[in-house]
Write a protein that binds this ligand. Structure first.
Ligand SMILES: O=C(O)[C@H](O)COP(=O)(O)O
Ligand SMILES: [Mn+2]
Ligand SMILES: [Mn+2]
Length: 541
C-alpha cells in the first residue's frame, strides 16, 4: 500500500544474522540481546528467504551470500547470478565458443606456453565452483594445451572449516588423469584465502602481494605437493582452519613448478567480483599500479571468469558476461530527488554501495547520494567482535540529526564476519554489541520521527556448529569437541518494521515464498511511491 511516512526511512542490514528455532550453536539466540528479542516479538516481524532461487542462485541447496543478497535488496528483483550464468555458459558451450577462451588457448598453443588458473578451490559456489575449473582444464586439454598450472586457494569459509583435503585430492586426481598422454597439468601454489590473494575493498593489499609472489613468481615456502603442504601446515598450527593457512609453493628438483612466464595465459576461475578485483588489477594495470611492487611482471594474457567490476572496468578480458542489473532502488529514488545515505565499514562497504546498486561502483547521481566508509580493523574478527558497529552508529546518528536524508541504509558486518571465524563465544559477543548499537540507532530514528526496516542478507552466526544432516546433532572433531561452522546458512532472515510513532498503515503479508527482493518495493511504498511492476511485490498488506 502506497503511503508516505513523515520522517526518514532506514534499512538496517544485519549481515549474516539468520533465523532458526534451534538455540544450540545459535549466537542470535544465545546473545544477551534484549532489544532484538523485543523486536522479534512484535507484530511486524516476519522471516524472508535469502538463499537459493530466491536470490538467483542455481538451486535451493545454495546458501545465500552478500553479493546476491545485496543485489536483491538493492534492485528489488531476482537476477540469475554468477554461479548460474557460468554453469549455463559451460553447459551450452558458449564459454568455449567465446572469443576470450579462443584468444587464451590460441596464445598458449602459439607460444608453447602454460595456461594458469587461480581461484578458490571448493564447491562453496559463493566465489567459485571446483566443477567450473575441472570443465576448463578438460577442455583446454582437449584443445591441445599441454601444460597447465593450478594455483589453489584453500577455502574453509564457504565450506567446512577443514575440508581442503577433499578438494585438493579431487584436483590431484583430475590433474593426474589429464597429465597422461604427455600432458603436464599440476598444482603450482596455494594458501588460505584469508592469508593470500582474496582481499576485498582494499582492506589489506599485503594479502594480494603475498598471493602475487606465490602464484606469479613462485616465491614462498616450498613443498613437494599441495597435500603435503596442507598436512605440514596443519601440524604446525593445531586447530587452524583452512582459510587462515599460510601460502605455499610447489617445487620439484628443478625448483618451483609454476612461476608465470612471458607468453603464458592466466584465468581467475572465481566468478564473484569483490575478492577478485585487486588481483585482477595487479595483472591488468600498467605502471600506474602502485599498491605493491610486483617485481618483473611477466607478459601474460589475463582473464577473469566474469567481469568483476563494471565501472573500472576490470578485468579487461572475461569469459562470461555479468548479470545486467537495471532499475535499481537507487535509480528509482534519484529522479524523485530523494537524498540518500549509505554507510558500512570497509569489509562490507562495497556491499552496501556497489552490490546494492546492481554492481555499480560509481554513484548514480552525486547530488543525491552520500557514501561513508568506516575503516575496518585488520584482525581476525573474533579478536574484535564489536568491529566498527559503534562508529557506524555514531555516523548514522549524525546523519539522522542533520535532517538531510530521507532514505538511509547501513550494513553492520558483525554477524557475518565474526560468524566466519567459527568462534561461537565471539559471535555471541558480536550479537550483544549489535544490540547495544541498535538501541542507540533506533532511539535516534524515533527522535527523527522515522521508521526502520531491519533485515539481513543471509544467515551465518545463527548456526555456528556443523550439524550432522542425518541426526541433526552437532558434528564432533576426533577429540570430541564440536566442529565449528564457518560458512553462511540456508536459513531465512528476519524482517522487522520498527515504527515507534505508528506511521505505517497495515500489517505484513504472510507469504512463505517472499524473499529479501521484496523489500525494495516495501521501501518505496513507505516513501510515498508506487513500486515498478517488474519488482517483487511489497511486503505491506
Ligand atoms: O567472501 C567471504 O567472506 C565469504 O565467502 C562470503 O561472505 P559474504 O557473502 O558475506 O561476503
Ligand atoms: Mn553478507
Ligand atoms: Mn559472509
Amino acid at each position: 500500500m502506497k503511503q508516505q511516512i513523515p520522517g526518514p526511512l532506514v534499512t538496517i542490514v544485519l549481515d549474516g544474522v539468520g533465523e532458526i528455532d534451534r538455540t544450540e550453536g545459535n549466537a542470535v539466540k544465545l546473545a544477551h540481546a534484549p532489544l532484538y528479542n523485543h523486536l522479534r516479538a512484535s507484530s511486524r516481524f516476519t522471516t524472508l528467504l535469502a538463499h537459493g532461487k530466491a536470490v538467483g542462485l542455481p538451486s535451493d541447496a545454495d546458501m545465500g551470500n552478500s553479493e546476491v543478497g545485496h543485489n536483491a535488496l538493492g534492485s528489488g528483483q531476482i537476477y540469475d547470478q554468477g554461479a548460474k550464468l557460468v554453469n549455463d555458459a559451460i553447459e551450452s558451450g558458449a564459454m568455449f565458443a567465446g572469443s576470450v577462451w579462443r584468444q587464451l588457448v590460441d596464445r598458449v598453443l602459439r607460444n608453447d606456453a602454460t595456461l594458469h588458473f587461480f581461484g578458490l578451490l571448493s564447491d562453496g559456489n559463493v566465489h567459485s565452483h571446483i566443477d567450473h575449473l575441472i570443465a576448463m582444464l578438460r577442455r583446454a586439454a582437449s584443445e591441445g594445451v599441454t601444460k597447465a598450472r593450478v594455483h589453489a586457494l584453500l577455502d574453509g569459509r564457504d565450506v567446512g572449516g577443514t575440508t581442503a583435503q577433499i578438494y585438493l585430492k579431487q584436483m590431484e586426481e583430475v590433474l593426474a588423469v589429464l597429465s597422461e598422454q604427455g600432458r603436464d597439468f599440476r598444482i603450482a601454489s596455494g594458501g588460505g584465502r584469508m592469508t593470500i590473494t582474496m582481499d576485498r575493498y582494499e582492506a589489506d593489499w599485503a594479502m594480494v602481494e603475498r598471493g602475487w609472489n606465490h602464484h606469479v613468481h613462485g616465491k614462498g615456502r616450498t613443498f613437494p605437493s599441495a597435500l603435503e603442504a596442507l598436512e605440514t601446515l596443519r601440524e604446525e598450527t593445531p586447530g587452524i582452519i583452512d582459510q587462515n593457512l599460510p601460502g605455499f609453493v610447489i617445487a620439484d628438483e628443478q625448483g618451483p613448478v609454476g612461476p608465470m612466464r612471458d607468453g603464458d595465459c592466466v584465468i581467475c576461475f572465481n566468478f564473484r567480483g569483490d575478492r577478485a578485483i585487486e588481483m585482477s588489477r595487479a595483472f591488468d594495470e600498467g605502471d600506474s599500479f602502485t599498491y605493491f611492487d610486483r617485481g618483473t611482471k611477466p607478459d601474460v594474457l589475463y582473464a577473469g571468469m566474469m567481469q568483476y567490476d563494471g565501472d573500472l572496468p576490470s578485468p579487461d578480458h572475461y569469459l562470461v558476461g555479468p548479470p545486467n542489473i537495471t532499475d535499481t532502488l537507487t535509480e528509482f529514488l534519484v529522479p524523485e530527488k530523494v537524498q540518500m545515505f549509505a554507510i558500512s565499514e570497509t569489509q562490507k562497504y562495497g556491499h552496501v554501495t556497489y552490490f546494492w546498486n546492481g554492481n555499480r561502483s560509481g554513484k548514480v547521481d552525486e547530488r543525491y547520494e552520500t557514501y561513508m566508509e568506516i575503516p575496518s580493523d585488520r584482525v581476525s574478527f573474533d579478536q574484535r567482535p564489536w568491529m566498527k558497529a559503534a562508529e557506524i552508529t555514531d555516523a548514522l546518528i549524525s546523519a539522522l540529526a542533520s535532517g538531510t536524508y530521507r532514505y538511509l541504509r547501513v550494513n553492520y558486518a558483525n554477524g557475518d564476519m565474526v560468524g566466519h571465524t567459527g568462534n561461537l563465544d565471539a559471535a555471541i559477543t558480536a550479537m550483544a554489541c549489535l544490540d547495544i548499537q541498535l538501541q542507540r540507532l533506533l532511539a535516534a530514528i524515533k527522535k527523527a520521527n522515522g521508521v526502520a526496516l531491519i533485515t539481513a542478507d543471509h544467515g551465518n552466526c545463527d548456526e555456528m556448529f556443523e550439524l550432522d544432516k542425518k541426526t541433526g546433532q552437532p558434528k564432533r572433531e576426533t577429540d570430541g569437541s564440536i566442529k565449528p561452522k564457518t560458512s553462511h546458512t540456508l536459513n531465512r532472515v528476519p524482517f522487522i518494521v520498527y515504527d515507534p510513532h505508528g506511521h505505517v498503515k497495515g500489517g505484513l503479508k504472510d507469504d512463505p515464498s517472499f524473499g529479501i527482493a521484496n523489500i525494495a518495493a516495501t521501501t518505496v511504498e513507505l516513501l510515498g511511491f508506487e513500486a515498478p511492476k517488474r519488482w517483487c511485490p511489497s511486503l505491506l498488506v
